[in-house]
Design a protein around this ligand. Structure first.
Ligand code: ADP
Ligand code: C5P
Length: 253
C-alpha cells in the first residue's frame, strides 16, 4: 500500500498517462515483453535500455528467468562446482513457476519471485516481492522456448550476437560477478553452453517479432519503445470507452 500511495502521488504530480485509470491502476492487462538470446548476448542490457528509453512512467518491471533455476540437491551443487552440471537444458528451469509469475504480472497481480545465487548455485530462502506494473519485461535464454510462454507475450524479441563476443563477455562477467575461473567457464561453455545455444536457444529466434543486435543497438531500442508507447495508447483508446460507459447516468463525464 505504501508503494500504491507513492504511485498515486507520482501520478497526481506528473499527470496520469492514458493507460492508467482514475484509481491509479493500469486499465488493462500489463504489456508483456519476452526477450531471449544467448548467454551474455545483452538481454539484460536491452531490457534496461528499453526501461530507460520509456522514461519513469509507465511503471516497468524486469523479470529474469535466471531467478527460476530449480532448487538443487547437494550432489547437483557439487557437480555444478566442478562445472559438470547442465544449466543450459530447458529442464534446469522451473518453467511452470516462471509462467505463473508472468501470468500474475500480466493480470497486474503482485507476485513473489525466487532469488537465485550464481556463486552458491542455489535458490535462496528469501523471495523478492514484485508489484504489478503496466509493462513487464521477461528475459532469459529460454524465454521463447515454451509455446505457453510465447502465447503470453505481446512482443517477442531475440538478441542476436556473435558467439565469440558472447563468450568474451561471459568470461569477463562470470569471473567478476559469479565467482568463476576462466578454465571452468571454458569447460562449461564447450560441454553445455555452446551446444545448448545451437540446439535450443538460437532456434527460438524464429518466433521473435524483432531481432535486435547484441551491440550498437540504440536505433532498435528506440524503435521498440516507440512501438510499446503506441500499443499502450491504442489499448487506452480501446478500454477507456468501456470505463466511461460504466458511469451512473446523470453525472457529467
Ligand atoms: P545477458 O543478460 O544476455 O546475459 P548482459 O546484458 O548481462 O547479457 O550483457 C553481458 C555483458 O555484455 C555485460 O557486461 C554488458 O555490459 C555487456 N553488454 C551488453 N550489451 C551491450 C552493448 N549493447 N554494448 C556494450 N556492451 C554490452
Ligand atoms: O544471464 P545469462 O543469460 O547469461 O544466464 C544464463 C546462463 O547462466 C546459462 O548459460 C548457464 O550456463 C549459466 N548458469 C551458471 N551457473 C548456474 C546457473 C546458470 O553458470 N548456477
Amino acid at each position: 500500500t505504501t508503494i500504491q500511495a507513492l504511485k498515486n502521488t507520482v501520478l497526481k504530480s506528473h499527470g496520469r498517462p492514458p493507460w492508467y485509470g482514475e484509481d491509479g491502476q493500469p486499465i488493462s492487462d500489463a504489456f508483456l515483453i519476452g526477450i531471449a538470446g544467448g548467454s551474455a548476448s545483452g538481454k539484460t542490457h536491452v531490457a534496461r535500455q528499453i526501461v530507460q528509453s520509456l522514461g519513469s512512467i509507465p511503471t516497468v518491471v524486469i523479470l529474469s528467468q535466471d531467478s527460476f533455476y530449480k532448487r538443487h540437491t547437494p550432489e547437483e551443487v557439487a557437480l555444478a562446482m566442478d562445472n559438470k552440471y547442465d544449466f543450459d537444458h530447458p529442464s534446469a528451469l522451473d518453467m511452470p513457476m516462471f509462467a505463473q509469475c508472468l501470468m500474475d504480472l500480466k493480470k497486474c497481480r503482485q507476485t513473489n519471485v525466487p532469488v537465485y545465487s550464481f556463486t552458491e548455485h542455489q535458490r535462496l530462502d528469501e523471495t523478492q516481492y514484485l508489484y504489478g506494473a503496466a509493462i513487464v519485461i521477461a528475459e532469459g535464454i529460454m524465454a521463447l522456448q515454451d509455446p505457453a510462454l510465447r502465447a503470453l507475450y505481446d512482443l517477442k524479441i531475440f538478441v542476436q550476437c556473435d558467439s565469440d563476443l558472447m563468450l568474451a563477455r561471459r568470461i569477463r562477467r562470470d569471473v567478476k560477478e559469479r565467482g568463476r575461473s576462466v578454465d571452468g567457464i571454458l569447460d562449461q561453455y564447450l560441454r553445455y553452453v555452446k551446444p545448448a545455444y545451437d540446439n535450443f536457444v538460437f532456434p527460438t529466434s524464429r518466433y521473435a517479432d524483432i531481432i535486435v543486435p547484441g551491440s550498437d543497438n540504440h536505433v532498435a531500442i528506440e524503435l521498440i519503445s516507440t512501438h510499446i508507447r503506441r500499443q499502450l495508447h491504442e489499448r487506452a483508446r480501446r478500454f477507456r470507452p468501456k470505463m466511461v460507459s460504466r458511469r451512473p447516468t446523470g453525472l457529467s463525464p
